[in-house]
Ligand binder design. Structure first.
Ligand SMILES: C[S@@+](CC[C@H](N)C(=O)[O-])C[C@H]1O[C@@H](n2cnc3c(N)ncnc32)[C@H](O)[C@@H]1O
Length: 249
C-alpha cells in the first residue's frame, strides 16, 4: 500500500485516539494529549520484558492497537486484542495489516473475557477501568478467567495521591477515616467528564491500588503515576475479592 492509499484509509476510518506511525502516515497527529500513547509508553516501556518470545498477551480495550502492536514488536508468540467498539477494531486491524503485525482481534466486552477460555502471560488493561459502570467486576473477571501472570494496568486518577495506611477493620463509630484524603475513594460521574459520557468511575490513587489488591493482584512496579505492573497473587478467603473466591464462601 502506498502512502496516499494509507492516508486515504486512515481518513475513512474516522477519528483516531491512538497516534500510530503507519509507514510515514500518522493516525492522530493533532491528539489533545500530544503524541499519544507514545508519550505515555515511553515512561513505562522499561517495565515490560524486551524479549517476549514464548509469551502470550491479551490487550483488553485495545483501541487502535498501539500496545498490541508494541507487544508483537517485542516478539510475543501470540497477541490477542479485544475491544467492544467496532470502529476502533477496524482501525486496529488496518494498523496491524500495514505494520504486518500478526494480531488476533475480537469484538468482545471485558465482561465476556471468559469466552476466550484461555489464560495469558501478560494482560494489558490500560485506560478502560474508568469507562466501566462495573469496574471491580471487570477486574475480578480478568483475574479469574484470563490473567496468567502479569497485569499491565492504567487508570485515570483524580483526588489525592496520598496513601492512608489501612487497618484490618474499623469500629462502626469510626467515621473520620472516610474523610482522609488517602482513604480509597471512587468518584462517580453521573453525567459527563471531559466531554466524555463514557467516564463513569474515577478512583484516587489509594483506591486504584486497593482495588488491584482486592481483585488478587500484587503491585510489583509503579513506573508512572497512573500505570501499575502487577502479578497475580493467591486469593485468600480473608478480605480478598468477594467474587469469585472471597468472603462469601
Ligand atoms: C481510553 S481508551 C484506551 C485505549 C488503550 N487501551 C490505551 O490505553 O491507550 C478506552 C478503550 O476501551 C474500550 N472499552 C471501553 N469499555 C469497554 C468494554 N466494556 N469492553 C471492552 N473495551 C472497552 C473503548 O472502546 C476504547 O477503545
Amino acid at each position: 500500500m502506498n502512502r496516499d492509499e494509507i492516508q486515504r484509509r486512515v481518513g475513512e476510518l474516522g477519528e483516531w485516539f491512538h497516534n500510530i506511525n503507519l509507514n510515514g502516515v500518522w493516525t492522530a497527529p493533532n491528539h489533545f494529549l500530544g503524541d499519544y500513547p507514545n508519550v505515555k509508553w515511553r515512561n513505562f516501556q522499561h517495565s515490560i520484558p524486551r524479549d517476549l518470545r514464548g509469551k502470550t498477551v491479551l490487550d483488553i480495550g485495545c483501541n487502535a492497537g498501539f500496545y498490541a502492536i508494541e507487544m508483537k514488536r517485542r516478539g510475543a508468540d501470540r497477541v490477542v486484542a479485544i475491544d467492544f467498539d467496532q470502529r476502533y477494531l477496524d482501525q486496529a486491524k488496518f494498523a496491524a495489516e500495514v505494520l504486518e503485525a500478526d494480531i488476533e482481534f475480537y469484538k468482545l466486552t471485558v465482561y465476556d473475557v471468559a469466552k476466550l477460555a484461555e489464560k495469558f502471560d501478560i494482560v494489558i488493561f490500560m485506560g478502560v477501568l474508568y469507562h466501566l459502570r462495573h469496574p471491580l467486576l471487570a477486574l475480578d473477571l480478568i483475574r479469574e478467567h484470563v490473567a496468567g501472570d502479569l497485569l499491565l494496568f492504567q487508570s485515570m486518577q483524580r483526588g489525592s495521591n496520598e496513601i492512608e495506611p489501612l487497618e484490618r477493620d474499623y469500629p462502626f463509630a469510626e467515621t473520620e477515616v472516610f474523610d482522609r484524603p488517602g482513604f480509597p475513594k471512587m468518584h462517580f460521574i453521573e453525567r459527563s467528564y471531559s466531554e466524555d459520557w463514557t467516564n463513569w468511575w474515577v478512583p484516587n490513587r489509594a483506591c486504584t491500588e486497593a482495588m488491584l489488591r482486592s481483585a488478587g493482584f500484587e503491585i510489583v512496579e509503579h513506573p508512572e503515576d497512573e500505570v501499575y505492573l502487577c502479578r497475580m497473587k493467591p486469593l485468600s478467603g480473608d478480605g480478598g475479592a468477594v467474587y469469585p473466591a472471597g468472603r462469601i464462601s
